[in-house]
Design a protein around this ligand. Structure first.
Ligand SMILES: Cc1ncc(COP(=O)(O)OP(=O)(O)O)c(N)n1
Ligand SMILES: Cc1ncsc1CCOP(=O)(O)O
Ligand SMILES: [Mg+2]
Length: 213
């Protein structure tokens, strides 16, 4: 299983629209330079060749910065690249993914706002559990709403690192960390930016929240 220290800090997630037009690699590199520890490649397209090419580019960047690449939804791609995986409730079995990717792989599971899903994910071999959305999310407005109280309960009941996701920005992230989140997963508030320099500044600011908590 992954070293616990790896699973703390900023968890950056890519977005194909925000990072279109040649921004994927420079903006991701800025996020990693600013301290992102995990990077999720989240691309819902069916262009397998482009997905493979982009994921390989992201893996190279992650290796350079000592960060961990996670593939969203696609266990086969994660296995092909020997990287981590994030699965939602409709994305296939965590236990099967663990068997496919092996003991060392970081595998996360979406638990929406339900403790029971986190307990099940833990039984199936997840490395972390993700709750959210915590705030209004521009990226996924319909995601079920989770509360800060749920974070505290989950922290006490589930022996895995907890990811908080959904509408997280620099103004609302601190209470999530104070109440038990080991990682905050961010798309819009990190990557909806006019320049790579601004992405790096934001990543540094998110990462600094973990130093004081
Ligand atoms: C870290 C993290 N948490 C939750 C999700 C959401 O996964 P899912 O419910 O499968 O939704 P999609 O992202 O696939 O649309 C995530 N991707 N990452
Ligand atoms: C994938 C996902 N799952 C729950 S909310 C969300 C979107 C997170 O993106 P943002 O940080 O822009 O709200
Ligand atoms: Mg999914």
């Amino acid at each position: 299983m992954a070293a616990p220290g790896k699973l703390r800090g900023l968890y950056a997630i890519t977005d194909s629209e925000l990072l279109a037009g040649g921004k994927l690699l420079p903006y991701v590199e800025a996020a990693l330079a600013g301290g992102a520890r995990l990077l999720q490649y989240r691309d819902k397209s069916t262009d397998e060749a482009r997905r493979l090419r982009e994921a390989e580019g992201l893996r190279t960047l992650c290796e350079h910065y000592g960060a961990t690449l996670i593939i969203n939804d696609d266990a086969e791609l994660a296995a092909r690249l020997s990287v981590g995986l994030h699965l939602g409730q409709e994305d296939g079995s965590l236990a099967a993914a663990r068997a496919l990717l092996g003991r060392q792989a970081i595998i996360g599971g979406t638990c929406h706002a339900q403790l029971a899903l986190a307990e099940q994910a833990a039984r199936e071999g997840a490395s972390y559990v993700a709750f959210g959305r915590f705030f209004n999310s521009r990226t996924k407005p319909g995601a079920p709403a989770a509360t800060l109280d749920l974070l505290e309960t989950a922290k006490a009941r589930v022996a895995l690192p907890i990811v908080a996701i959904g509408g997280v920005d620099l103004h609302n992230a601190a209470p999530l960390i104070e109440r038990g989140a080991s990682m905050i997963a961010v798309i819009h508030a990190l990557f909806a930016a006019d320049s790579a320099t601004e992405v790096e500044r934001r990543a540094r600011a998110f990462s600094a929240l973990f130093e004081s908590n």
